[in-house]
Design a protein around this ligand. Structure first.
Ligand SMILES: [Zn+2]
Length: 331
């Protein structure tokens, strides 16, 4: 660990470039957060200004932490988007409209410290493995249902990644061949039946039919407003149709997880993301119940299904810890 080596500098930077916001943080050597800055993306940031946008935010958070780049050992950058890990490039960040940003190189040139790049779901799962709910797991498979459904796997301490891109795209496991159209352009992906967007679409239709009295009072049929917190509130108010829709989606996730269960024999399946944060017991119970019904007994003996613990800090923390583990391993 960094703290045991007196030559190490005392701080790490972790960034989370999400679909709608940039979270930039400074951690000490024990990965306690020292400072954070959250910026909502303005519309129309050009890709040629992308690295400057992130870099300026890093400068600002260092100021906030009362430190300078000379005290930083490395920068970890978690990104919601498609990455080329060999080139250190953001290939496509759909919400920002960015393509082919050599972010690793540009930030390394600007700050003169190692920069590592990691997919945001990989970072979230890595943080839970190192510092959260999945500590000590031999093999943890993370599933994060949100607007889409992200997935990741840490196997005996190593993050499973492709040569260039991230791996474990659980949201795009085909669970209903010929089923609903998915955001990826294919049909029948898990994401198209069990993401927050899929759940909210079904709830909006039920609200339109006047089948969800509590939720209808909260949001009407406006799909964009049917977010995780509203869905959880409608459940607390006792909307039986909302309960049915959410539990059905959770069971679909459970059924899909039988495949990685039998492929990887994980000892932990970790559930996270906005929906799970709002309704941890519902998701953990439904996924666990379905897995125990459908999985082979020998794969279930040591399996635990748990909810993530680190909330919205998971990605920045995971990006920083992954940078630390990578930099320290290389040096
Ligand atoms: Zn898909």
């Amino acid at each position: 660990m960094a703290k045991n080596n007196s030559k190490r500098k005392p701080y790490w930077v972790g960034c989370d470039l999400g679909g709608t916001k940039l979270l930039t943080t400074v951690f000490d050597a024990d990965f306690k957060m020292v400072a954070r800055i959250r910026t909502k993306h303005k519309s129309g940031i050009d890709v040629k200004d992308g690295a400057a946008y992130i870099g300026d935010s890093i400068e600002a958070v260092l100021g906030e932490a009362g430190t300078g780049i000379a005290q930083i050992e490395g920068i970890g950058m978690g990104v919601a988007g498609f990455l080329d890990l060999e080139q250190g490039m953001i290939v496509h960040a759909p919400n920002l409209g960015w393509r082919n940003l050599p972010v690793q190189h540009e930030l390394q040139v600007r700050f003169g410290v190692p920069v590592s790049l990691i997919n945001d779901v990989d970072a979230g799962t890595y943080a839970e493995y190192r510092l959260g709910s999945a500590r000590g797991a031999r093999c943890v498979v993370g599933v994060f249902p949100g607007t889409g459904i992200g997935g990741a796997c840490i196997y005996e301490g190593r993050l499973i990644r492709g040569k260039m891109a991230s791996a474990m795209e659980i949201g795009h496991l085909c669970v209903q061949p010929g089923g609903n159209l998915c955001g990826c352009g294919r049909y029948g992906c898990l994401e198209s039946v069990a993401s927050r967007l899929a759940i909210a679409s079904q709830i909006a239709a039920a609200a339109y039919r006047n089948d969800t009295p509590a939720l209808r009072k909260l949001t009407g049929t406006n799909l964009a407003k049917i977010r995780s917190g509203v869905i959880a509130a409608a459940l607390r108010e006792g909307d039986p149709v909302v309960d049915k829709i959410v539990r059905h989606a959770a069971r679909q996730i459970g059924a899909a997880m039988v495949n990685p269960l039998h492929l990887l024999a994980p000892d932990m399946i970790l559930l996270g993301g906005g929906l799970v944060e709002e309704m941890p017991e519902l998701f953990v119970n439904e996924v666990d119940t379905v897995l125990r019904r459908l999985g082979a007994a020998s794969f279930l003996k040591d399996l635990k299904v748990k909810a993530a613990a680190l909330g919205d800090e998971a990605v920045v923390k995971g990006a920083a810890v992954f940078a630390a583990d990578t930099v320290i391993k290389k040096s």
